[in-house]
Design a protein around this ligand. Structure first.
Ligand SMILES: C[S@@+](CC[C@H](N)C(=O)[O-])C[C@H]1O[C@@H](n2cnc3c(N)ncnc32)[C@H](O)[C@@H]1O
Length: 219
């Protein structure tokens, strides 16, 4: 890949290192290596449990039956927190094939797409589009939101989750501020927003449930 986010250095393992010591992967090989090495296996039982439950609650708040696009779905941990009988179609999009291969269960009505987000051309609409811990791996964390605005069905919405660090200058936090500013300036409807903070550690996440303006409201 050519170039990296501003102020970063490209390391031999294809990760970008920032001045605040944040490491960001924006490369297919780096993600494949991590999934093959089992680095993400513990996500299902991790401290992220409470966060997944809030995300799942928001997804199901669409209604009794819905379609879901999980952008940067990884090995499908989100599916373990959903009532699958209420998901009439799931599309999992990820750059890492090893992650997609590990998704369970694989259902006939679902699709699994191995592609960089930036190159994905949607051929349908979804009720909920989820950006779960993925936006800060983009060169521009806001571009996937713009890209999928027209891919929401009537009354559809985005669910965004982003990990927040203690240092306000951390790369994650800069991305989060960009996303918040974009949501405000683009006139998105804020359906809900929460911060989840673990009491026993400095870990926190910010979660947004938003609907693009003029995007997807029922006529
Ligand atoms: C931190 S993991 C989150 C996985 C999952 N969303 C979850 O929360 O359980 C980030 C995921 O984004 C994927 N990813 C990163 N950059 C990507 C890109 N440009 N296009 C598609 N997927 C990407 C990675 O392969 C990885 O599975």
């Amino acid at each position: 890949m050519v170039g990296g986010p501003e102020g970063s250095l490209l390391r031999p393992d294809n990760c970008f290192l920032f001045a605040d010591m944040s490491l960001v992967k924006q490369d297919r090989a780096a993600w494949e290596n991590e999934y093959q090495a089992g680095k993400w296996e513990n996500l299902a039982n991790s401290p992220d449990f409470a966060r997944y439950k809030v995300v799942a609650g928001w997804i199901h708040s669409f209604g009794p039956s819905l379609s879901l696009l999980d952008v940067g779905c990884g090995h499908g941990v989100m599916l373990q927190h959903l009532h699958l009988e209420r998901i009439n179609h799931f599309t999992g999009l990820d750059i890492a094939e090893s992650a997609l291969n590990a998704i369970q269960p694989k259902r006939e009505q679902d699709s699994y797409v191995c592609s960089p987000i930036e190159e994905f051309k949607p051929s349908r609409k979804w009720d909920v589009i989820l950006f779960n811990e993925v936006l800060y791996y983009m060169h521009d964390p806001v571009s996937p939101l713009r890209q999928f605005e027209k891919s929401l069905s009537p009354n559809g919405f985005f669910v965004i989750s982003m990990h927040k660090k203690n240092n306000p200058l951390a790369f994650n936090n800069k991305c989060l501020r960009k996303v918040r500013r974009f949501v405000r300036e683009a006139g998105y409807e804020m359906l809900d927003g929460v911060e989840i903070r673990r009491l026993a550690s400095p870990t926190a996440w910010e979660l947004l449930k938003v609907r693009p303006r003029n995007g997807a409201r029922q006529p």
